[in-house]
Design a protein around this ligand. Structure first.
Ligand code: NAD
Length: 458
């Protein structure tokens, strides 16, 4: 007798559950979203403790950026009834009488694979979309945030039966076992290279994918800004979660005329936020593991450190660091930094800055600080990135109405709010005809009908 792997068995059970049709009922989905919200609320302390153990994540950041995922649940609860409604579209006169509608329907059994940097939120947020759209889901948290992975499993196991929502813990091997199965959608958050592996595996089963990847997010700073606000917003966006944020500003591209003042402002802000010794600050996290620590420590050799630079390998501590005099071909400018190191480059002409950005792979986000409306318009129109935020960093992620995702190397597809529902739905086109009329303009014999067709089509 063939024994099935646990993964294969979970998916078999989920297929059965889905086929029974329960998830198509909107009242069922609403009930499950409420249960999920309650589970997050009831387990806040365990979640925050796990995030502390994995990343030394400050309580405030854990609350705002991980537990805060309940706002996505609330948004789905508020809007789901309108999302599930079929949408009417118009039909052409030659189909009279008829009506046409777009029906959102669930895809079936979906897989969600997550990264370690926001290890709770980035599992639950796509799950909200999967549940809202009426799917069964298997989710695999990152093994590198092992404590949070365990808590995610415990919470989900307590809340849902595995035939509906299951958690499979494990590393690369487990991930590959899952990818060998046939799912109806794969939602992956992680690095670009692994994204390619995921897409290749999905192609074998013709499974659609959403890839939420990373990249080097530029932050342009024009001379026409409020320097104090600019410095604060850059320091916050760069150093929350110790720089391990997919949409953190990766590097600064500063108008030369204000560089000195901006860097002084940034240095002050770092002191203001994290004190003289950020290693002692309760509001400053740590690098996830020794491998990432070593990679980041190696990047400190680029350019001239103007603030920070201190490291402690035992504690996986890297101080908030700003590096000036970095050239475009320095190693730190090759890949996404994904840590608390901010290289600074300068420009004198915005056209050059835009050209430099456009020569590189399309980033997940792009930031511009400028009061100048014309420059704002130019940057939005002349560059391509997953999203843009003007005069702030990271905050775009909190707007549920804005789809979140990359373009080109930074990803495929998007989610948050209605976009999550759409990502996990198939939009089925339905045309209804009536028996009232049956004009024979399209039926053979065609003789004498072509002239009329030419008049209509032109
Ligand atoms: P990763 O790609 O290394 O891992 C992500 C997931 O893939 C993990 O669950 C891991 O177990 C699995 N995995 C790793 N190697 C695999 C393989 N060979 N085959 C199959 N599965 C494999 O990413 P990470 O290091 O956890 O996260 C950091 C990356 O994620 C950064 O590039 C960051 O920009 C990106 N990220 C993107 C977003 C976004 O929303 N776009 C959010 C957070 C992080």
């Amino acid at each position: 007798m063939l024994t099935q792997s646990p993964v294969t068995e979970i998916i078999r059970q989920q297929r059965q559950f889905f086929a029974a049709g329960k998830t198509k009922d909107v009242a069922f989905r609403i009930e499950q979203l409420k249960r999920l919200k309650q589970a997050v609320v009831d387990n806040k302390t365990a979640i925050m403790d796990a995030l502390k153990a994995d990343l030394n994540k400050p309580t405030f950041e854990a609350y705002a950026l991980e537990i805060g995922v309940v706002r996505e649940i609330d948004y789905a609860l508020k809007n789901i009834k309108s999302w599930v409604k079929p949408k009417k579209v118009s039909t052409s006169i030659d189909l009279f009488p008829s009506s046409a509608q777009i029906y959102p329907e669930p895809l079936g059994v979906v897989l969600i694979i997550g990264p370690w940097n926001y290890p709770f939120q980035l599992m639950i947020s796509p799950l909200v979309g999967a549940i809202s759209a009426g799917n069964c889901a298997t989710i695999k948290p990152s093994e590198l945030a092992a404590n949070t992975s365990r808590v995610v499993r415990e919470i989900i196991e307590k809340t849902f039966e595995p035939a509906y929502i299951a958690v499979v813990e494990g590393g690369v091997e487990t991930s590959q076992q899952l990818l060998a199965e046939k799912f109806d959608h794969i939602f992956f958050t992680g690095g670009t290279k692994i994204g390619q592996i995921v897409m290749e595996a999905a192609a074998k089963n013709l499974t659609p994918v959403t890839l939420e990847l990373g990249g080097k997010t530029p932050c342009i700073v024009d001379a026409d800004v409020n320097l104090e606000h600019t410095a604060k917003r850059i320091v916050w966006g760069k150093f929350i979660n110790t720089g391990q944020t997919c949409i953190a500003p990766d590097y600064l591209l500063v108008d030369r005329s204000i560089k000195k003042d901006l860097l002084a402002g940034i240095e002050n802000c770092i002191k203001e936020f994290y004190g003289e010794d950020p290693a002692k600050s309760p509001d400053y996290g740590r690098i996830i593991n020794p491998k990432q620590f070593d990679r980041l420590a190696g990047l400190l050799k680029n350019g001239e450190i103007i603030t920070g630079g201190k490291t402690n390998s035992e504690d996986r501590y890297i101080a908030p660091t700003v590096i000036d005099k970095v050239s475009w071909d320095a190693p730190i400018m090759e890949d996404e930094i994904f840590g608390p190191i901010l290289p600074v480059l300068e420009y004198t002409d915005l056209t050059d800055a835009i050209t430099k950005i456009n020569e590189r792979p399309k980033p997940l986000a792009l930031y511009l600080f400028s009061k100048n409306k014309e420059k704002q318009q130019r940057v939005v129109q002349e560059t391509s990135s997953g999203g843009v935020c003007i005069n702030d960093t990271v905050m775009q992620v909190g707007v549920s109405e804005l789809p979140f995702g990359g373009v080109g190397n930074s990803g495929i597809g998007s989610y948050h709010g209605k976009a999550s529902f759409d990502t996990f739905s198939h939009h089925k086109s339905v045309l209804k005809r009536s028996f009232l009329l049956d004009l024979d303009w399209r039926y053979a014999p065609y003789q004498g009908k072509l002239d009329m067709l030419k008049k209509i089509i032109g």
